[in-house]
Design a protein around this ligand. Structure first.
Ligand SMILES: [Fe+2]
Ligand SMILES: [Fe+2]
Length: 412
């Protein structure tokens, strides 16, 4: 039997849409700024959480956009923030460090968002507006989880708390207002690692070129315990580098279509999750820990120096594409040796790599007016500057000691 009882009147459609527009603006700013700060978060746990939350929030925005469209409102940009909301967004943009940003994002913006959603859930009509009920229930649960996982805000002063927005959903939206531009952080010099991780120009000298070549005659799968320790440590750092590059691609290009940001957020999460796999595997299966060996930022720098098209061509369409072959070879070799748990890791790394490579083609072609063949030509052109391991050749020349036997790049 369906439940009876009177309908709750709930919000009218326009009021409802205005609430969703306010949530949209907060989440858009959070995805944008979290992507900007992620590379600068030194602690692995913070970096991992940010990557996970950015993905949740990007997906939430897609759902909000859909709901706004259903409520007959513009979904690409549902009106401009009113003054009070703009004040909150300004505070998110004004942070001068990762710590400050986390304080505002997790100590103010997310709590204010959750409070508004709770008001919304208490007042909406659960039958006529059931789509909102479902969406908001999930959104509130995710936001509460985020706040628990990255507990900031406890240090917010009473004064800061008092200027908090009471009901974010009820704030006015300028429906015909100009879109609010997003602040882009200054270009990165280097990303950050946990303070106990040693960063050097050379990286881990133990990692040899043969680990990273795609030639079936020359490629070496690490099988000895000692070389596996170094190899997986390097792999974890390479995953962090991948996450940082994708997060920055999104942050530095707010002009790209929304789906691009969803794809970058997904890949950022995948890459920090891959890092977490290695982080867990090292002490349990291999007898080492994150921080046992030095890492280098030379590969990060070589990719980050390019524009978006160059980064997609060199990273997604070259480095990740070539890593697929090596992952499947590693998986096979380790399976044969009976290291099943370690081998299985490569099964998932390989599976996740397929959409990552696709991100390169999809958005690279988009940047070239949708021309796939122009993108392929660009990829071939840029590949000519690489050595057989995918590292830029110029580096080999500029940095002696890089050649035989000494890898300076964090690769996969
Ligand atoms: Fe990865
Ligand atoms: Fe990847």
């Amino acid at each position: 039997m369906l439940e009876g009882g009177p309908l709750r009147r709930g919000y009218d459609v326009d009021e409802n849409a205005i609430r969703f527009s306010n949530y949209f603006h907060v989440l858009r700013e959070l995805v944008h700024m979290s992507c900007g700060w992620l590379p600068l978060a030194a602690e692995f746990e913070t970096k991992y959480r940010l990557g996970d939350h950015v993905h949740d929030d990007a997906r939430a925005i897609s759902k909000l956009r859909r709901r706004l469209y259903e409520l007959r409102h513009p979904s690409d940009y549902p009106g401009s923030p009113g003054d009070e909301l703009a004040g909150l967004l300004d505070r998110l943009e004004a942070a001068a460090s990762t710590g400050e940003y986390l304080e505002t994002a997790y100590g103010e913006a997310k709590p204010v968002l959750v409070a508004a959603i709770r008001v919304h859930l208490d007042n909406l009509d659960p039958v006529s507006d059931e789509p909102s009920l479902r969406l908001l229930t999930k959104l509130a649960a995710n936001q509460e989880r985020h706040m628990k996982e990255l507990a900031a805000g406890s240090r917010q002063s009473a004064e800061q708390r008092s200027e908090r927005i009471e009901d974010l959903g009820a704030l006015p939206i300028a429906l015909k207002g100009e879109p609010r531009p997003l602040r882009i952080l200054p270009p990165l010099t280097d990303p950050a690692r946990d303070e106990f991780v040693e960063v050097t120009d050379e990286g881990d000298p133990f990692l040899r070129q043969e680990l990273y070549v795609n030639d079936p005659e020359l490629n070496h799968v690490p099988i000895e315990a000692e070389e596996q320790r170094h190899f997986f440590h390097g792999l974890m750092d390479a995953e962090l580098t991948a996450a940082e590059l994708m997060a920055r691609n999104s942050h530095e290009h707010p002009e790209m279509p929304w789906d691009f940001h969803v794809d970058m957020a997904r890949q950022t999460w995948d890459e920090v999750r891959h890092a977490k796999v290695h982080y867990m595997l090292m002490p349990t299966e291999l007898g080492c820990r994150w921080g046992d060996y030095p890492v280098t930022f030379s590969y990060f720098r070589s990719i980050y120096a390019h524009d978006l098209l160059g980064r997609l061509a060199l990273f997604n369409s070259t480095s990740e594409q070539r890593a697929m072959w090596r992952h499947s070879r590693r998986r096979e070799a380790l399976m044969q040796r009976g290291q099943e748990k370690v081998a299985m890791v490569f099964d998932y790394l390989l599976a996740d790599e397929v959409p990552h490579v696709h991100n390169g083609v999809r958005w690279g072609a988009h940047l070239l007016g949708g021309d796939d063949s122009a993108y392929r030509a660009k990829v071939s052109e840029l590949r000519e500057s690489l050595d057989e391991t995918g590292a830029p050749q110029s580096q080999t020349v500029e940095e002696p000691g890089l050649g035989v036997g000494g890898s300076t790049t964090s690769r996969r």
